[in-house]
Design a protein around this ligand. Structure first.
Ligand SMILES: *Cc1c(COP(=O)(O)O)cnc(C)c1O
Length: 359
């Protein structure tokens, strides 16, 4: 039997997240809402509640939970809030994982997860997706991990995992299953109904993407009351600032039509961008999110050239070459956030020029 690595050695393996800090005119690199923040949230943010800053906020953001309950249709005792969904993911790993355990995730997956595993003393194990970009159920279960992490739609692929594979994991995994639905508003489905079937399922969502509030840092988790109580214990009181809770509550109460209208435009522009990329001879992965993954050789050089032209996109390498387009690009790709069409037109001009320069 091999001994598990120590929390200290796992901690020392973490490489800090260092995206390019320079602001760029057109930033299509982080999947935020390129139409900006919604109106009711923006109005709420301007309210002067400085006189109340001497007091603590609500202990567990109860008013915000009620707003999340109306938005999701899930009772408030099945909801936990946090500072962005990153926080919820970290809290859940800390609540359920034991140092020395394994956490299994697909390859590719959201880049922060291995760091959240290690910081809590768990070893991340990545299992390549199948050629249909689905979860490899048997290989995932064979890891015998205490936590399974899956994002659907997945980041950076934008693809959704099949309901059958997700149900198999939820039914058969022995420990916690975390389903990250950061992009669910752009997709066709959700796994939230499965919390009725398993008290070991945590669905995690955010206001950073469709809701246009990434700077506010608000996320939430949905699960059975017992699991939520565990995660909330890990969260502790007063986690969300009173400003974040108030603005997020306004958004969930009054901005849903604005959000859905812009989700609709994003989905249209996603199709339009995919066909424009096709005209450049590029294939895109089938996306259910507000971004496209585009297999491209020398992705890092292409992205650097595009940046000199005022357009930021995110390059990826070492993506499992499960399709012919990814095999042809050597597992390299660009992830491009979908926004207003004028921005995407400029991105296409920059991409065409960068591809010519890097050929
Ligand atoms: C952007 C993103 C998050 C992080 O969201 P925050 O709520 O801003 O912390 C979580 N998961 C995935 C898959 C993401 O792409």
């Amino acid at each position: 039997m091999t001994t598990a690595p120590s929390r200290r050695s796992l901690f020392d393996e973490i490489r800090p997240y260092t995206p390019d800090p320079r602001r760029c005119d057109i930033d299509l690199s982080d999947n935020t809402n390129l139409w900006g923040s919604p109106p009711a949230a923006s109005r709420a943010a301007m309210e002067d509640d400085a006189p109340s800053f001497a007091r603590y906020p609500e202990v567990y953001s109860e008013t915000l939970k009620d707003a999340i309950a109306s938005y999701t249709g899930v009772p408030a005792d099945r909801i936990v809030t946090g500072c962005g969904s990153d926080d919820i993911l970290d809290l859940a790993i800390r609540a359920i994982g034991e140092p020395g355990d394994r956490l299994v995730l697909p390859d590719p997956a959201f880049v922060m997860i291995p760091a959240f595993a290690r910081v809590n003393g768990l070893t991340p194990i990545a299992v390549p997706v199948t050629s249909a970009y689905d979860v490899d159920v048997e290989a995932t279960l064979a890891v015998d991990a205490s936590i399974v992490y899956l994002a659907s739609p997945n980041n950076p692929t934008g693809t959704e995992f099949s309901r059958a594979a997700m149900e198999a994991i939820v039914d058969r995994a022995p420990g916690l299953v975390v389903v990250d639905e950061a992009y669910f508003e752009f997709s066709s489905g959700s796994m939230v109904d499965l919390i009725e079937r398993s008290d070991r399922l945590l669905v995690v969502r955010t206001l950073s993407k469709a809701f246009g509030l990434a700077g506010l840092r608000v996320g939430y988790g949905i699960g059975a009351p017992r699991l939520i109580a565990q995660v909330q214990k890990s969260r502790g009181p007063y986690k969300l600032s009173s400003v974040a809770a108030r603005v997020a509550t306004a958004a969930l109460t009054a901005d849903v039509p604005w959000v859905m209208q812009h989700v609709g435009i994003a989905v249209e522009n996603r199709t339009r961008l995919a066909s424009a990329l096709g005209e450049l001879g590029l294939t895109t992965l089938p996306s259910s999110a507000n971004f496209l993954l585009v297999p491209v050789r020398q992705a890092r050089a292409v992205a650097a050239h595009m940046r000199t032209l005022g357009v930021a996109v995110r390059p990826f390498s070492n993506i499992p070459t499960v399709t012919s387009a990814l095999a042809a690009s050597g597992g390299e790709a660009l992830r491009i956030t979908v926004g207003p069409w004028e921005m995407l037109e400029q991105a296409l001009v920059a991409l065409r020029e960068a591809l010519a320069a890097c050929a």
